[in-house]
Design a protein around this ligand. Structure first.
Ligand code: CAA
Length: 413
């Protein structure tokens, strides 16, 4: 989508992402609720940006499965509880599986294009209310239930184990290759105070070795050898929220464009559920990212920092290829080269990605654009990349590459 009128990301905030393995997580279940996370992120985004709640004209809330995990629907109205000034304003939920957050940001951008000036996009999910196995059944609703649910109790892990199997067979990629993604994710998360896995240390050796910490857990015997626990994104609770504005919105807010990041373009692609034509490529993502590149007149080599949907370690390699950072089958070489590490040429998932930072499903797409903003404005503390990025790219994927949202963001110095 070519964005005609300049749209600015004014800033935002997120809650600490927590779940099993986080020092503050209560294994007896006494953890912040969905509403706690959402409210905290919205309040934080208003405080961080100095935007008065009154100035918010609309709100879009990304969430996938609150009915299942938290017995809560009607997320727009839930978000409207966050501030008295939101009463009567149009707020709504946006759903596209794990791309729900990205879609919330798209809706905010579209409404700014249509004439609004200041809009909020947030995303939230809690998932730790049930066991990982029960949660996997809820997440499986992002697949084609009728034909894909029976792949495994852990349907999504199995779907990406299937991709790993095909990818390894086609290109000779090994678990040792994939381990570079896992090790990077944990190393970055260890530098990130917001990350779910901030205190769990995983060396490259740990990542590639089967152990009590890193076991093959699938029931599907054919797919079981192709996925270990450390290669998985986390079952995480969390929320993120951003404020977006037009030029006249910035005038109203008295915010200087140089304090913002421009949302230059977005790509959005959806493919039929259960109809993957090639397990070794993320073709839907490729299409969304290509649209974002074309509309921004940006090419892969222009990208200085990226946030990609590493729902499983192998997915990050497939993402490198879909984004044009590596040729087909060469994602592993890129990972091994160190180019996507914090001090590399194109750092990817600097805060730890879905594996290290965590994956509160509906929040992830919002967190991705916020992370690019935070890198561009030098707000990432210990995981700040050495060179201030000019161009950033996101790729937020729902289901087995069925809905993808991609943004190009540019820094305004
Ligand atoms: N050896 C073998 N198996 C073992 C074991 C061992 N040493 N220890 C435990 N297990 C088995 C057990 O059967 C256990 O399940 P039950 O307790 O129900 O029997 C199972 O492995 C998992 O163990 P835990 O529940 O103790 O593991 P955990 O709570 O640490 O979770 C995880 C680990 C299962 C990998 C979990 O983190 C997970 O499910 N991650 C993936 C989350 C996910 O799929 N997110 C969606 C990504 S897809 C996407 O992003 C797109 C979209 O639109 C959905």
């Amino acid at each position: 989508m070519d964005i005609d009128e300049p749209i600015y990301l004014v800033g935002g905030d997120l809650t600490t992402f927590i779940g099993k393995g986080h020092p503050d997580f209560d294994t007896d279940g006494d953890n912040p609720s969905l509403e706690n996370h959402l409210t905290e992120a919205i309040h934080g985004s208003l405080e961080e940006t100095g935007v008065e709640p009154d100035a918010i004209e609309r709100g879009y809330i990304g969430n996938f499965a609150a009915e299942c995990f938290a017995n809560q629907g009607h997320m727009g109205a839930l978000a409207a509880r966050a501030h008295e000034a939101f009463r009567g304003k149009p707020f709504q939920r946006v759903e596209g599986a794990c791309a729900s957050g990205g879609l919330a940001v798209i809706n905010a951008v579209d409404s700014l294009q249509l004439g609004h000036d200041v809009v909020l996009a947030a995303g939230a999910e809690v998932q730790t209310t049930v066991s990982a196995r029960e949660g996997a059944a809820y997440l499986a609703r992002a697949a084609h239930w009728e034909t894909e649910r029976d792949l495994d109790d852990f349907t999504f892990p199995a779907m990406f184990a299937r991709r790993a199997k095909h990818y390894k067979e086609k290109y000779g990629v090994t678990d040792e290759d994939i381990g570079h993604v896992t090790a990077k994710a944990y190393a970055n998360a260890n530098k990130n105070p917001y990350a779910h896995m901030r205190e769990v240390e995983v060396s490259y050796e740990d990542a590639i070795t089967e152990s009590d910490q890193n076991f093959c857990f699938l029931g599907n015997e054919e797919l079981k050898p192709h996925l270990k626990t450390l290669e998985c994104s986390q079952v995480t609770d969390g929320a993120a929220s951003v404020v977006l504005a037009t030029e006249s919105g910035l005038d109203k807010l008295a915010v200087d464009p140089s304090d913002c990041v421009q949302v230059t373009s977005y790509g959005w692609s959806t493919s039929p559920l259960g109809d993957v034509d090639d397990y070794t490529e993320l073709n839907n993502t490729k299409q969304a990212v290509q649209e974002a590149y074309n509309d921004a007149t940006v090419k892969p080599s222009d990208v200085d920092v990226a946030e990609v949907h590493d729902c499983f370690a192998v997915t990050e390699l497939l993402m490198y290829e879909a984004l044009g950072f590596a040729n087909p089958g060469e994602g592993a070489q890129l990972a091994e080269s160190g180019e996507t590490q914090l001090d590399g040429e194109t750092p990817v998932n600097t805060g730890g990605g879905l594996i290290g930072f965590g994956h509160p499903v509906g929040a992830t797409g919002v967190k991705q654009v916020l992370e690019i903003y935070r890198q561009m404005k030098g707000l990432c503390g210990d995981y700040q990349i050495p060179e201030t990025p000019d161009v950033g790219l996101t790729a937020n994927m729902g289901g087995d590459d069925r809905t993808t949202v991609s943004f190009v963001l540019e820094n305004i110095a």
